[in-house]
Design a protein around this ligand. Structure first.
Ligand code: ADP
Ligand code: MG
Length: 210
């Protein structure tokens, strides 16, 4: 469950962005739409606790994350949330395997080679396990980013423009994988995008006003 009430955020010197209240059930998938600059990335960062909300409540399951201390929030994020960013934020000089093992390490969860293999296999990347990220194509790298987002079995996955940089074929592949992996793991999924190609795939949609 993901629910926000009366959330707003102001960058220094700028007018506050006010977000409409919403509630997603556990396992629900939702598309976050809106013009560039409407606040999609800001909202995802608030939902993931990467930005601290200045107003309102953000509940993920039974936790109002606005009430957590920095360290409790880090812990919560590592255990419950997964992120896929537009540019993949992978460590370029490390191998695919090392990038995936980093996620449980940072969340203080046990590192499992078996889980890494399972996720890579699911995303069609097992044969790239030992490759360095900089050796991958853009589509492969974005699939590794999904792998990293799901390796800790998060309850909620946030994806920020995950397909915008991809051609049609890779867009199709990456979005289908993201949706099916989220469904298999019964994760709630929130995808921010202006990518028209995703609109047919996720029926629940929220549009942020410009
Ligand atoms: P979107 O992802 O929908 O394009 P953003 O959340 O990135 O929108 O931006 C929302 C608004 O906040 C925009 O007006 C943007 O210029 C502003 N903004 C975003 N990030 C920052 C920042 N780090 N500092 C100041 N203003 C920002
Ligand atoms: Mg954005």
């Amino acid at each position: 469950m993901v629910e926000i009430k009366s959330v707003e955020y102001a960058y220094p010197g700028a007018k506050a962005i006010q977000f409409t209240d919403f509630k997603l059930a556990g396992g629900e998938h939702c598309l976050l739409l809106g013009e560039s600059g409407s606040g999609k990335t800001t909202l995802l960062h608030l939902l993931g606790g990467l930005l601290r909300s200045q107003q309102g409540t953000i509940r993920i399951h039974d936790t109002d994350i606005t009430q957590l201390s920095e360290s409790a929030l880090d812990h919560f994020r590592g255990k419950h949330l997964g992120f896929v960013f537009q540019r993949n934020h992978l460590l370029q000089a490390l191998s695919v395997r090392q990038n995936l093992l980093m996620a449980p390490f940072l969340a203080e969860l046990p590192q499992s080679e078996e889980r890494v293999n399972e996720v890579l296999d699911r995303l069609g990347l097992l044969n790239r396990k030992s490759a360095q990220v900089r050796e991958l194509s853009q589509g492969q790298a974005q699939r590794v980013a999904i792998a990293r987002a799901v390796v800790n079995k998060p309850d909620v996955i946030f994806a920020d423009e995950p397909t915008s940089a991809l051609d049609d074929k890779n867009c199709e592949r990456v979005s289908d994988l993201l949706l099916s992996v989220a469904s298999e793991q019964k994760a709630t999924l929130v995808v921010a995008t202006h990518d028209q190609r995703l609109k047919a795939k996720i029926t629940r949609q929220m549009v942020l006003p410009a």
